[in-house]
Design a binder for this molecule. Structure first.
Ligand SMILES: C[S@@+](CC[C@H](N)C(=O)[O-])C[C@H]1O[C@@H](n2cnc3c(N)ncnc32)[C@H](O)[C@@H]1O
Length: 271
C-alpha cells in the first residue's frame, strides 16, 4: 500500500529533520488566490497528508485554527513535537475521511501528498468540507532537481540525476501524477474556478548533510533501503563522497543550493 511508505518511525524522524518548508513564492501565490475569494480574517485551514507538519505550521499565522492530518501515526507523532504553534492541532486519519464538519474549511492544502490519495474519494471529501468559496491548494516539487555549487553545478546536478536514475525502479506508480504535473488531478477537480501553475522555481541553501538527508526522505529511497539495505547505504556514502570531491572540500557542512521546480494547483468551490 502506498501509504505504508511513510509508516516507519525512523523515516518520520528524517522527515522532521530534512524536509523543506513550502517556499515563500508558493505561499504568496496561494494567499493572493485566497485573498481574492475569501473575506479576512480566515477561520480554519486543513493540511492533509501533513507528514511531520512542515507544510502545516506555515499556515498558523494566517488562520484562527489549523488542523494537520496524516494517515501515518509515526508522522503525526513527530509533527506534535514542534512547539510554539498554539492554534495548530493534528489528527491521524485518512485523507478520504477528514474529521471536520461539512462546509467548515476556508483553505485545504496538500503538499507533496495528494498523489498518494484515492483521488476520487478525496475530492468528494474536499467538496464536503470546504465552505462555499473555500479554496484548495495542491502542490509539490517536481523531479529533476538541480544542485548548484560555485562553477560546479553541472557536475553536481549530474550526480543528483544519477541518484534519481538508481532510485527510479523503486518509485511508486502514483508518482506519475507528479511527473505529469498533476494534470489528471487538475482535470478531476469538479470546479470551474481553478488554475495550474508550473513555473515556480524555489532555490534553497542547505548544507550538504541537508541534501543527503533530503534524498533519504524520498519514498523511493525508503523502498530501496527496505529491498537492498546494504546497497542503499553504500549509495549514500558514495554519493556524499562524490559531491565532496566535486566541491573540493571535506566538510559536509558546506552549503549547496538546491533548485526545485514546483507544481501548484489552486481551485475554489462555487458559492
Ligand atoms: C511526501 S509526504 C508529504 C508530507 C508533508 N506534507 C511535507 O510537505 O513534508 C506525503 C504524506 O502523505 C501521507 N499520506 C499518504 N497517503 C495518505 C492518505 N490516504 N491519507 C492521509 N495521508 C496520507 C503520508 O503518510 C505522508 O506523510
Amino acid at each position: 500500500m502506498a501509504t505504508q511508505l511513510f509508516e516507519g518511525k525512523e523515516h518520520a524522524s528524517y522527515y522532521q529533520k530534512f524536509r523543506f518548508e513550502p517556499s515563500q513564492e508558493i505561499i504568496d501565490l496561494i494567499f493572493s488566490y485566497v485573498d481574492e475569494r475569501l473575506p479576512k480574517p480566515y477561520g480554519f485551514a486543513v493540511d492533509v497528508g501533513c507528514g511531520t507538519g512542515q507544510s502545516t505550521r506555515i499556515l498558523s499565522p494566517y488562520f484562527k485554527k489549523v488542523l494537520g492530518t496524516d494517515i501515518s501515526e509515526a508522522q503525526i507523532e513527530e509533527a506534535k513535537k514542534a512547539l510554539g504553534f498554539s492554534n495548530v492541532t493534528y489528527s491521524a486519519c485518512p485523507a478520504e475521511e477528514v474529521p471536520v464538519g461539512d462546509a467548515s474549511v476556508d483553505l485545504l492544502t496538500a503538499c507533496a501528498a495528494v498523489h498518494w490519495f484515492n483521488i476520487e474519494k478525496f475530492l468528494t471529501e474536499v467538496d464536503r468540507i470546504l465552505k462555499p468559496r473555500g479554496c484548495l491548494a495542491f502542490f509539490s516539487y517536481l523531479p529533476h532537481m538541480e544542485v548548484h555549487y560555485k562553477d560546479r553545478s553541472e557536475q553536481m546536478t549530474e550526480v543528483f540525476t544519477e541518484v534519481e536514475d538508481i532510485l527510479s525502479p523503486y518509485q511508486h506508480e502514483k508518482v506519475h501524477h507528479v511527473k505529469t504535473g498533476y494534470k489528471e488531478i487538475f482535470e478531476a477537480i469538479p470546479y470551474t474556478d481553478k488554475r495550474r501553475i508550473e513555473s515556480v522555481v524555489t532555490k534553497i541553501r542547505v548544507p550538504l548533510t541537508g541534501l543527503m538527508g533530503l534524498i533519504q526522505t524520498f519514498s523511493m529511497f525508503q523502498t530501496y533501503l527496505r529491498t537492498e539495505p546494504e546497497k542503499a547505504k553504500e549509495m549514500i556514502r558514495t554519493v556524499e563522497q562524490r559531491f565532496l570531491h566535486i566541491m573540493g572540500t571535506s566538510s559536509t557542512e558546506t552549503e549547496v543550493e538546491v533548485w526545485l521546480r514546483n507544481i501548484l494547483v489552486l481551485a475554489s468551490k462555487p458559492q
